[in-house]
Design a protein around this ligand. Sequence first.
Ligand SMILES: Nc1ncnc2c1ncn2[C@@H]1O[C@H](COP(=O)(O)OP(=O)(O)O)[C@@H](O)[C@H]1O
Ligand SMILES: [Mg+2]
Length: 272
Amino acid sequence: MQDDIFSRKILLDVTKLEVIYNKSSLAIQGVSLKVPEETIVAILGVNGAGKTTTLRAISGFLGSDAADIKDGLIRFEGKKLNGKYPHEIAREGVILVPERQKIFETLTVKENLMVGAGRIKKSHLKEALDKVYFYFPVLDQRSSAVAGYLSGGERQMLAIGSALLCSPKLLLLDEFSLGLAPLVVDFLTEVLESLRNDLGLTILLVEQNATAALKIADYGYIMENGRVVFEGAPERLMSHEDVKEFYLGIGSAGSKNYRDVKQYSRTRRWWG
Ligand SMILES: Nc1ncnc2c1ncn2[C@@H]1O[C@H](COP(=O)(O)OP(=O)(O)O)[C@@H](O)[C@H]1O
Ligand SMILES: [Mg+2]
């Protein structure tokens, strides 16, 4: 994308967010990020960096895990989201596709899709379903199959398809590529691009798979230990030595094994 994306309307604006687990451990420490409309923004980071917690804070799904927003502001289309219930946030058009437990295993594919479709008028339902089937033809072919028998890729498609039927303005995707074959990841990234380009959907995705994420992102944030440590356009991120080394596996020092990387990670610097 060529224009300065931050001159667009900012759909999601997170300022100095702090999230604490069990009233004691500060998982998110002053995270600020912006998601302009009709863009794909990626949050990258290793396991435990705070990516999921950030998405859960935005979507309101913190309560079940004894987590609280301690400080900061989350605004969507200018409206404050902090303190709202997940269903209220979903009604605003912020829809989360979580890391796990994303489908109802004992329901059929079609039944899964209908769960999310509750807010769509009957007269629009067929059109909305057809749109999902257009992007994910396999869901049409397997619409009466029990979801528990789907492959990993099909499950992810069903989860994203169900989210699309919740009338999202902002889709939050937590590690959509995890455990999927490269071809499936390629297919999904192309669909996400089309959703942005054709439907004007805005997407905030979190990923450990930087290659997949940066291929389609308009902007990226790198999180470490609950903080944003680096941010920029994909080209800027991809040319950063540490990003190359730790997230893309193409460091200048040649390939390293995991232990070397871990060792080195203690001394790496993000600035300087
Ligand atoms: N339910 C929980 N209770 C307590 N601490 C948690 C819980 N979930 C995550 N954390 C902690 O919060 C930090 C961020 O975790 P998370 O948001 O899951 O990171 P990521 O998604 O980047 O892997 C980690 O230190 C993790 O141990
Ligand atoms: Mg996570």
